[in-house]
Design a protein around this ligand. Structure first.
Ligand code: ZN
Length: 114
């Protein structure tokens, strides 16, 4: 499962950060997760809960902020937010292929430690 590996690396990043701050425990982890990241949120949460037990984040809550998909047309500059399930992205104004400007994120925004 893809999400298991992701949860593992998120925990590693957070533990490293906690150690840098000489913290004994992680209280909260805040993530930004794009609608177009290909990550199943429920599977990520499940994996996180299963893996955190042996880490500094054993008691940590996971807060996930959704980042909607946003695309921009390089030709006419129109910005829009098509549904992430819409896999063929062309500009609704001029028909050019568009660039994805946000929605692919999977990043740790911050952690709270003690
Ligand atoms: Zn356009």
């Amino acid at each position: 499962m893809h999400e298991l590996a992701l949860a593992q690396s998120i925990l590693e990043i957070c533990e490293e950060e906690a150690r840098k701050r000489q913290a004994g425990a992680i209280h909260k982890i805040k993530l930004r997760l794009g609608d177009f990241s290909g990550v199943v949120r429920e599977a990520l949460e499940f994996s996180f809960d299963a893996l955190k037990v042996e880490t500094l984040a054993a008691g940590a809550g996971l807060e996930i902020e959704r980042v909607p998909l946003e695309v921009r047309c390089p030709r006419c500059g129109q910005v829009s937010s098509p549904p992430a399930s819409d896999l063929c992205f062309v500009c609704t104004e001029c028909g050019s292929p568009v660039d994805i400007t946000s929605g692919r994120e999977l990043q740790v925004e911050y952690i709270e430690v003690e």
